[in-house]
Each structure stands twice: as C-alpha cells, then as structure tokens.
Design a protein around this ligand. Sequence first.
Ligand SMILES: Cc1ncc(COP(=O)(O)O)c(C=O)c1O
Length: 405
Amino acid sequence: MPGPGLDMFGPEERNAVLDVLDSRELSRYRFDDDGSAAPSKTFQFERDLERFSGARHCLGTNSCTSALLIGLWAAGVGPGDEVIVPGYTFVASIAAIAYAGAKPILAEIDESLTIDPEDARRKITRRTKAILVVHMLGASCDMDALVAIAAEHGVLLIEDCAQAGGGMYRNKALGTFGAFGAFSLNVFKTFTAGDGGVLVTNDSQLYERAFAIHDHGAKPHRVGVMDANSFLGLNLRMHEMTGALAGAQLRKLPRILQKLRENKAKLRDLIGSMPGCRERTVHDLDGECATVLAYTFESEARAEKVARELGTAPLSRSGKHNYANIPQLARRALPFGSFEGNFEAGSLPRTDRLLASTVSLSVGVVDSYLGTGFGINIRSGAEQIVRVAELFRATVLDASNGTEV
Ligand SMILES: Cc1ncc(COP(=O)(O)O)c(C=O)c1O
C-alpha cells in the first residue's frame, strides 16, 4: 500500500461513499435545495478540517496542484513576479508557479531536506512576490526563520503541505503560517481520497477569491449573490465522493499520526547512532507526520552502496522530486511557451550533495518513486520493525567496514 491513509481504509470510507451513492447527491450543490437537505460531504469535510487545523477557511479542490494554482492566482501572483521554491519538492510546486505565469527561483535545501531559509533570503529580489516552502517527507520547514524572513522582506509565505497532512510546527498546524497552505489527498498521503486537495487560509479575501476561481466566479457556497465581485472562475471543485472519503479519513488522521509516530520512534531507537551517517534534522519531532526516516551519509558512494544493498535509491534518484531529474523543467516546456528559471543540474550544489548522500526508509509512505521503497508501513508489527532496523544497521555497518567505496 502506498500511503498510511489508504492502508487504514475500512467500513467507514465504504459507508461514506455508499451514503453519497444512495442519496444521488454527487456534487457539493443540491439543485432542488429547499434548505432542508443535509450539508454536502464536501462542505462538512471543509468545516471539519477548519476545526482540526484551526484555519479560518478550508476549500476542497480536485488536487493539491489545483489548490496551489488557485492560491497563487488568488494571492495575485502572476507575470513579472518571482517565487522562491526549493529544488527538492515535487514538480507540481514548481509547475504551479510557472502556470501562474511567474518565475520559479530554486533555492537550496539544508540538512532538514527542506528549504534553507538563508538561501531563500539570499534569493529575494525586488521582483520576489512569495516564498513557497515545502514540508517534505512529512516534516516541517524551519517556520520561525521563514516567517521572520517573509515579514522582514514583505513577501508572501506559501506552504505546500502535500506530504505533511496533519503535521504541526510548535503546536500550530502546517498550512496556517502564511498566505495559504495546500494539501494533497492522493494515494501516497497521510489521508487520502485517491485524488483531491485542500486550500487552507486565514485570509477571508483570499478565500473568497479562491472559491470564485475554483467555481466559475461564484460566492462561497453560492450563497446569496451568486457571483463574487471577483474574477472569471474555472471548475476545480472537489467531487462529492472525494469529500465523503476525505471526511472519513480526516476522522482517522489523529490515530494514523499517532501510530506513525510510535512506529518511527521504535525504528529509530532500534537503529540508534551509526558511524558515517546522521539522521535528518527534524525541526519539530513531536509535530512531524513521521512518514519517513532519513539518514545522510558522509560519502555519496556509501549512500549509494547502502541503498543498492537494500534495493532502494538515494533521494537524488527520487524521480520528479529532484529539480535535476525533471526533463520538462530543463526544456522549460509549457503549452503556451517557455518560462525562465535556474533549473540546470548543478545549479544547487548543496541540494545535489544532500540528495545524493541521503537514504530514506519508509515508516508509512512506501513509494519507490519517493525513494522510500525500503522500510516499514503503518501496519508493521514489532517483529518486522526489528527486522528492518537490524537489516539497515547491518548494511550501514558493512558499508562502513568495507574498503572505501
Ligand atoms: C510536495 C508535493 N506537492 C504537490 C503535490 C501534488 O499533489 P496532487 O497529486 O494532489 O496534485 C505532491 C504530490 O505528490 C507533492 O508531493
């Protein structure tokens, strides 16, 4: 199973979907509504997520990529603007900036495998409109530093929380630190509906604009005057089946996160410290989603050897998560023409080095494309956790004892 949310599917998800089918209400809108109908599952999910995250507004969308694009448009990011984004993310965060018409400026990551705040600061110019940070592999960026830098330079802070649904930083929900946050509900995530996304924001004006953009220019929930005094909109709405699944999964999310955190703590205790490698820096161990346990080696060759022995790969070869592996970026290919950016392999030497020397174990997200093909999953029992820890330790020690590779 790819992600912990999908691993925990059961009768709750099934019943939620059957409710939708039985009611024949397949959209968030009821067309013959006389006011007596129950609120849609999508509406209910949004309000539940508001309570869960503490965000003032949540908006269900058809993917996280859509949520990012809607948010960028709603925040007024467009042609002539630069948006700083880490070179280790998923292609969607960079593509959303390019499709908004702005210029993605890649920044380095640091030992936390998330954006290096100082490199983000160095890359701010008078054209910078936003810093789009990405909470990679379930754990937050250094939000204290990033919030301060954004405020100091008067630029927007945007959070891509696709890989960190339910995560926190110092007891505050990820996604609620800046202009808006975007979550994914695809099958690899902490909570899933197969596909789907959510935009969260505390900014009521941004929310109204986002709602309009995602629903043909309509006011939130199409209540009162139908058309917001806003822009032309598109249709990027969440399907009612998605809302039903997402709602059922959200109710399980606290349990999912608790289990992941327990399993990760067991796995890292059993692995302990080892020569020649160190654990990834995690800015908030209690608040992270604990989907992954990553180790950075002193030598790239050793990381390569360990990964090969375990049948996995260093993060440098985790598909379109590494800027240097994305052919469309290299070709600057958009349907309506080219775009600019610092995408040549080698543009981010520190990121290149860190990705090539880091091996990740799955704790809850089992995904070879993410570089987490080896490890445990949310259902792993004590024996399997011990087996994986012992195998990892033996492989690392063997690589350290052998001749220098
Ligand atoms: C960091 C990151 N951002 C954005 C996305 C896009 O999410 P979605 O598939 O919901 O569009 C993903 C998906 O894997 C992701 O990992």
